[in-house]
Design a protein around this ligand. Sequence first.
Ligand code: SF4
Ligand code: MG
Length: 344
Amino acid sequence: KAELLRMENVSIVFSSPDEADIEAVRQVDFTLTRGKTLALVGESGCGKSVTARTILRLLDRNARIGTGRILFRAEDEAPVDIVSLKPDSPAMRAIRGNRISMIFQEPMSSLSPVHTIGDQIDEMIMIHERIDQKAARVRTVDLLEQVGIPGARQRADAYPFQLSGGLRQRAMIAMALACKPDLLIADEPTTALDVTTQAQILDLLRALQEEYGMAMLFITHDLGVVAEIADEVAVMYLGDVVEQGNVFDVFRAPQHPYTRALMRSIPRMVRRTERERLAPIEGNVPSPRNRPKGCAFTSRCPHAFAPCTGDYPERTTTGEAHWARCHLLTHDGAPAAAGLRQGT
Ligand code: SF4
Ligand code: MG
């Protein structure tokens, strides 16, 4: 397996002038592999996006990396620790937008409204490949065709506002691919789209991944999307990865009560009724400022018992490359442990 990027024990700290620092993300570990997709899944505010932005060193001024390493190895070069690079250093800039690109829910966060999409993609290619605009345009039209934009040659002269939402999303993907990235980070790229367009974009990303052999880090709050796109999944709750594993294993035998609750809230694809669709998790996510001591899920967990409020749960391995952080998995006498393991 060609390991491309490894996060080791990464924490992200937010500070504000008059309050204590908050550890918004704690002890995140994962590995990204060429040709494979890891999904980070969780409710909004759980730290998924900030984790992704950390890889690109695009944190806001009030955030910093507290601990950990992010080892990135492109080609056969020695790995670089992204944490050791200055955000605006040449080395970091060479990684950002060259080795690693990112797409978002809102295409206008990466497309300029005042230039045609062709000019913007030409520009990326010219920087990346040091060729003139005429040669770049040939590649641009190829890329636009590859992402499924009909009439690519003419559409290259369109401004973003002249395209539909779905086509704008495709144009943004073409731009992200212009540098032939080793890693594509996708932050909720289909969330704003209708169901049909969403399915088309997911298909497109899968096909492009196969063609380019890139690794993908896919951020979503939707387990249905995870099932469609990911090989592995890391479930985040309030800044912690609470469970991680192969998608098949996690869906077949989710180990953490939070993962189970998320599973129950997946809309049924077949014969869905309103009642089946709505199985929300009781209670609200607390603010990271009020994160419970011990397990962060304590305030909403139906299985919480004494140890949960005291100790941060260790990782428990429950299968090959599948683990979860929950005291039920280590306390045999725990009230709900037996039921949890049997899948009730
Ligand atoms: Fe629930 Fe306790 Fe497990 Fe946390 S550690 S998920 S509170 S049972
Ligand atoms: Mg987000």
